[in-house]
Structures are given as C-alpha cells and as structure tokens.
Design a protein around this ligand. Structure first.
Ligand code: AMP
Ligand code: GLY
Length: 424
C-alpha cells in the first residue's frame, strides 16, 4: 500500500521512520516533510491545509491511506473533505472528522464533553464578551491560581495561569474584548488549577474499540529544572515511572473508556489518535485536555517502543477491526532530547548549517525543523531535531540521548541536559 503522511515535524519523522519499516508500506509520501523524513520516503512540497493539492497527489500516486500528523488540517476538516469527495471517499484517513477534532479545536466543547461523560477534570465555566461581567464576578469567588483558556486553537499559547485576582480579571477582559488570542479567545474557559504532575496518554481508536499506546512525559519549559518560557516540548520519556499499573487502570476505567464510549453514544465518528493530557493529583488522574493527534515530542519516544507493525494497526482503524490487531510494546525505555534553535521560543535563528549527524550512534535523530539545501541540512524551525535513544533502563537512555544530542552541531544550538533525570 502507498501511504501519505501529512506534516513536517519531529512527530512526523517518528511516524515516517516507523511506517517505512512495515512490509505493508510499499511507498511512503510525506507532505511537506523535512530533511529527515526524506530518508524514509518522498517529500512532496504541499501545505498541510492544501486539500486540493493533497487530492491531486492522492489520485496521481494511487495512495491507499492518509495519516494526518498535526491538528490544523483535522480541525479544518480534511477527513470530511475526503468523505465528501467521490474520488477520495474510499481512501481511509487516520485522524478524526471535524466534529471529533473539536475535542482539541474547542476547549469549551471538550470540557462539556468531559462533563456529560463523567470524565474527571477540573471544575470550569465558559464566558463570552456578553457574559464578561459574570466571568469577572465568578473569578472573585474562585481560589488562586486560576487558569484561563482561549477556546480555540492558539498555537499552544492560549492558556494563562493567573496568580492574582487582578491579573485574572484583566486577562479575561483582554481575551474577550480585545481578542488577545484573536478569534480563539472569543470564548474563554475559566478553570480550577490542578496541582500535580503531568503526563500524556495516547489512545488509538477505530470509533469502537481502542488500544492504549505507551504513555509519555513531556518537558515543556525551555530552561533546565523546568524554568522559563513554555515551548512546544523540549524532550520526553516513555514509560513514565509514576504511571504504574494501578494508575493506568484508573486512567483506562475513568477516562479512556468513558471517552471512547461517549464519542460512540453521542454519534461522533472517530478514527485516529486521542491524546489525553493528564494531571496526576496524588495518584488520581484528571483530564487537562484532549488533542486529536499524537504529541510532539512524545511520538518520538512512543514510536520506538511499539514493536508491532504500525500500518497493520492503522489498517485496523480504517477497517473498524482494531480489536483484532496486535499491539506489542517494548519494555525498554525511550528518552528524547530536543535540540532547538538559538532564541527559541522567542525570535530564533534559521538557515544554519547542521553537521555531526553521522556521529549520532546510540540514538535516532528525528528531524523536526530542517530542510535540504543542496547536500547540506539547514535549520528551518524553532524545534530542530529530536534525538531519541531506546535502552534497557531510563538512566542509560537519558545519558545516551543527551550524549548524542551533544554530537550534533549548528550555530545557536540549545538543548536541555536534564530531561527525565527528575524521574530517576
Ligand atoms: P493545554 O493547552 O490545555 O494543554 O494547557 C497548557 C498547559 O497549561 C498544560 O500542559 C498544563 O501544564 C497547564 N494547565 C492547563 N490546565 C491546567 C489546570 N487546570 N491546572 C494546572 N495546569 C494547567
Ligand atoms: N507535546 C505536547 C503536544 O504535542 O501538544
């Protein structure tokens, strides 16, 4: 089968690496991909939201399955576009339709979904410009810190944790009346702050049955010791030591099953990944958010631990017989260290020539923001390259990934040397 993978980040490099190992993958195309995905298949220069261009490619190449990496095309309805097109409707798309993608595309939708289906989550209320005064009054009745979330997609920037009532009231006013996050903040979810430690749980579903993939922990802050600005993710590890069997049993019973059953009961078709962002509060799991895709850089730690054929699992999703497919997970530990561009997550350096990739020996280098320029690899994004090592124990995996990350060079390179060491 010919497969098209949509996206261009480290997540897509990890997907491409895994898909290309399948005997069922006859040919792999990545749109648009990066310098790394080009090792596993053919990059095609198309925007992830260029549905017409994607259609032409699928028809021209005889593509038999499409895997969508990022949320934007899903929230914009790429799966619905395929289903509504006579020539495309028989080509399975892995990733939910627009309605299911609202689990990520609208925080208000996802909170209401959790409440209707008794999925444990922080108490919350949603406000609009018309109900601003109610929102300001509500804030005055709440404890601190308090969390404000822009309803729509805001490139990971729409969540504010406010430490004082004055700050919360001012931010709520700016979000609702001055479009602080554009259209995304025309509705704002005000949510109780959860104290605990975060992790990411990944579910693959065909809309009926599900499989829980390896969980991972993501490190979001730019600085060592979890300090400084939020980023897309500076590293990840899988498995997560505190997500023991007892905890994961609670996650499955209280969150995964009610979520998959809730989608079914409400008639929301869903074929793809559900990423559950969780807070472990004293051993009890609470849902912070859903995403309608895999995480990045979590995918870079999750894919190497999946021993089964990913294409076979995705075919199970497409055909609605996922329960018949096998998911085998390695007991080894995967650690991922993300190398970023100088200046990231602010204004960052670009077009720097990369060297040293050939010295990465005990890890896989998953390109994130890179491109080919002649024979050279240059940096193009804030998150540049994710280095993942799979080893028998966490210490060795972390040490090896950190060592290999130090073997790559480009002007302005930065990476955290403390990823995962808090868990040992
Ligand atoms: P989200 O975009 O919903 O993932 O939120 C971004 C980050 O804000 C999360 O990864 C958490 O670190 C933090 N966060 C979101 N909601 C809460 C909450 N209710 N309590 C504590 N931290 C939160
Ligand atoms: N690493 C978090 C995310 O992909 O949203």
């Amino acid at each position: 089968m010919k497969i098209l993978l949509i996206g261009s980040g480290g997540r897509e490099s990890a997907f491409a690496w895994k898909l290309s190992q399948s005997p069922q993958c006859e040919e792999l195309f990545i749109a648009p991909g990066n310098a790394g995905t080009g090792q596993y298949g053919t990059n095609v220069d198309l925007k992830v939201t260029d549905f017409a261009g994607i259609k032409d490619l699928v028809l021209a190449k005889g593509i038999g399955m499409v895997l969508v990496g990022p949320e934007e095309p899903l929230v914009k309805g790429i799966h619905d576009f395929f289903l509504n097109d006579e020539q495309l409707k028989s080509v399975p798309v892995i990733g939910p339709q627009q309605e299911g993608a609202q689990l990520e595309g609208s925080k208000d939708f996802s909170k209401q979904f959790m409440q209707r289906n008794n999925v444990p989550t922080a108490a919350s209320r949603t406000f609009t410009a018309d109900t601003l005064q109610d929102g300001l009054d509500y804030l005055a009745t709440q404890g601190l810190p308090i969390v404000l979330k822009a309803d729509g997609l805001a490139a990971g920037k729409g969540v504010l944790i406010c430490l004082s009532l004055q700050e919360a009231q001012q931010e709520l006013t700016e979000m609702l009346t001055q479009a602080k996050f554009g259209e995304a903040s025309s509705k704002v979810v005000v949510e109780q702050f959860l104290q605990g430690i975060e992790l990411s749980v990944f579910v693959l579903t065909d809309g009926n049955s599900y499989k829980i993939l390896p969980e991972a922990k993501d490190y979001k802050r730019i600085g060592e010791g979890d300090t400084g600005l939020n980023t897309g993710g500076m590293g990840s590890v899988s498995p997560v030591p505190f997500a023991d069997a007892d905890f994961m049993q609670k996650v499955e019973q209280r969150i995964v099953i009610p979520t998959v059953e809730g989608l079914k009961k409400e008639g929301i078709p869903y074929k793809g990944f559900i990423f559950v962002g969780l807070m472990n509060c004293d051993g009890e799991p609470y849902t912070i958010e859903y995403n309608c895709r895999m995480g990045d850089p979590e995918t870079e730690s999750v894919m190497p631990r999946i021993e089964s054929d990913l294409v076979d699992l995705l075919q199970g999703v497409a055909e609605g017989n996922l329960h018949e497919r096998e998911l085998r997970i390695s007991n080894k530990v995967a650690a991922t260290v993300m190398c970023v561009a100088g200046g990231y997550p602010g204004e960052y350096l670009k077009n720097k020539v990369m060297s040293g990739l050939e010295n990465v020996r005990g890890s896989i280098a998953f390109h994130a923001g890179t491109a080919k320029q002649g024979d050279e690899v240059i940096t193009t994004g804030g998150r540049v390259i994710a280095v993942t090592s799979l080893q028998d124990d966490m210490f060795t995996a972390l040490q090896q990934a950190t060592l290999d990350a130090s073997r790559i060079y480009y002007d302005g390179k930065y990476f955290r040397k403390d990823i995962g060491f808090d868990l040992i």
